[in-house]
Design a protein around this ligand. Sequence first.
Ligand code: MG
Length: 158
Amino acid sequence: MTLAGIGYDSHRLQEGRRLVLGGVEIPGEIGLAGHSAADVLVHAVIDALLGAAGLGDIGQHFPDTEERWRDADSMALLAHVLDLLGERGMTPRNVDCTIVLERPRVGPHRAAIRESLARALALPAERVNVKATTGEGMGFVGRGEGAAAFAIATVQEQ
Ligand code: MG
């Protein structure tokens, strides 16, 4: 059976923080604030996978009150979620996602982000689609206050 899940996340932009999207560090003076590495894209992908598997959400699995996950590499969280799926005989089939960020522009990094996510998910790159858009100057994204990400994942249940 194929199961689908959605994910959404947003994080505040802050000077002096690292900007990591899909496990790829994007150089610049501004990054994402939050507990752990605040990789907004990986967090959305994690929620999509958990959603497909019927396993709740990222906050239940990695509570920000737990010291264990402080400044955790988001890819380590993703690996943990893939283990949870694997224990249930579930394998990711494809992921599609959209990053919403005013600047820096994601376009030049899109291929690297796609490859990074595909590697982490053990999927061919063509099964992982990464899209990017801006807020067109509107809302919290448009004002440069934060970034958001949407994801959908399908999971095969054996
Ligand atoms: Mg998050």
